[in-house]
Ligand binder design. Structure first.
Ligand SMILES: Cc1cc2nc3c(=O)[nH]c(=O)nc-3n(C[C@H](O)[C@H](O)[C@H](O)COP(=O)(O)O)c2cc1C
Length: 375
């Protein structure tokens, strides 16, 4: 029996395609916590990290890309995050435009509930038949998902109606549109079990076998020329957890939380210090500010902090209404700013907070949201 070494774990094809030493990726973290420094340090070590572009302005994304491209030699690995934002589709299109202009070949697509035109444009731009007659899409999508129905969307070709619209508006050419049904939306699916940040609190032992079976079903149906690889994320912070993920059948693994403790992570020293000393039971769940109305949750540190209990307490209807009544009388003491200021924040403006009910929801979301303040 051959030796098991880190460099032999997972899929050899994955390591070759991503040009990485190990079948291992560092996931994106919001507002540059997964910083340009982290991405370049990983790239120089022959490993891939995804820049945390969520919450960064287009100018910040562009300057980070320029930094990464100037630091890394051609062929050294790096990637970018691409977040779905159904409320602001123009933001996603703009981000994709930047990625296409700078020749970004790897994105980690996350927070998708449906396939969007921006994602389809990224995936299909440049698709062509090579000299061997094989259809190749130069832009690689790794879809991070926690639900089988979302995974299924990424295992299928781009939706016809979106391809037609993009072709009609000139964002795809006729050949790119014609080849759309030859490739799945994602080359790789990363199955995310309960994780730091946004979480569906899934259990890896349950999710992985179900997702692998789904992948086999989809592969048989669509007969793609290459296999869709399946990775695992969520709760991987020790060699034992990494080994368990590979034992479950993962082609690759992806980590998030542990990377926040690195020198290169774009977060404060106090956060790094706090994370160094927490134990496995020191986290809790809180409402996610950016998907507040959907009931989405994030996993955060609770030890020594009031943060998770405060917003959680204000999501129940009666409590939220009582809190709102108090807040509207004294907004400055509750929100530390006026109601109109709350409404004018990015989260407050989402979905047009124009009615009293939506303003109330926006304000609660603003108060609940750590993602507004990360890092
Ligand atoms: C603080 C923090 C911020 C995150 N922000 C993002 C993000 O902006 N985009 C994204 O795709 N994933 C984000 N993630 C998820 C990570 O990329 C990764 O999937 C997850 O952390 C893996 O689980 P683990 O934390 O248990 O290792 C974030 C995770 C953390 C801990």
């Amino acid at each position: 029996m051959g030796m098991i070494a880190a460099g032999t774990l997972g899929s050899a094809e994955f390591r070759a395609d991503y040009r990485v030493k190990y079948a291992y990726l560092a996931g994106a973290m919001y507002k540059g916590i997964a910083s340009k420094e982290l991405v370049t340090a990983m790239g120089k070590a022959g490993l891939m990290a995804f820049l945390g572009t969520g919450g960064l302005s287009p100018e910040e994304i562009e300057s980070s890309i320029r930094f990464i491209q100037s630091e890394l030699a051609p062929g050294q690995p790096y990637g970018m995050n691409l977040l779905s934002d159904l409320a602001r589709p123009e933001q996603e299109l703009r981000t994709v435009q930047i990625y296409l202009e700078y020749g970004i070949r790897h994105v980690e697509a996350a927070a998708y509930m449906r396939i969007t035109p921006a994602l389809v444009r990224y995936r299909l731009k440049g698709i062509a038949v090579d000299a061997d007659g094989i259809v190749r899409a130069p832009n690689h999508v790794l879809a991070k998902v926690s639900r089988p129905e979302v995974a299924a969307l990424f295992m299928q070709p781009a939706p016809d109606n979106i391809v037609r619209e993009l072709a009609a508006s000139g964002l795809l050419d006729a050949e790119e549109a014609r080849l759309a049904d030859r490739v799945p939306m994602a080359d790789d699916i990363c199955v995310e079990a309960d994780s730091g940040g946004h979480t569906d609190q899934g259990v890896a032992y349950v999710l992985m076998p179900a997702m692998l079976a789904l992948r086999d079903e989809m592969a048989a149906k669509h007969r793609y020329s290459s296999k869709i690889r399946m990775g695992a994320a969520g709760g991987i912070g020790t060699p034992h957890a990494a080994a368990a993920a590979f034992m479950l059948g993962a082609d690759f693994i992806l980590t998030g939380s542990i990377n926040q403790c690195t020198c290169e992570a774009g977060t404060s020293e106090s956060v790094k210090e706090l994370l160094q000393h927490i134990d496995v039971q020191d986290t809790a769940y809180a409402p996610a500010g950016d998907m507040f109305e959907l009931g989405a949750k994030i996993q955060v540190v609770r030890r020594g902090l009031f943060f998770p209990s405060r917003p959680t307490s204000c999501t129940s209807f009666t409590c939220a209404t009582a809190l709102w009544k108090k807040s509207i009388r004294k907004p400055a003491s509750r929100f530390r700013r006026s109601i109109s200021d709350v409404r004018s924040t990015r989260s407050g403006m989402r979905r047009g907070a124009t009615t009293p009910a939506s303003t109330r929801s926006s304000s609660r979301r603003w108060r609940a949201t750590p993602s507004e303040k990360w890092p």
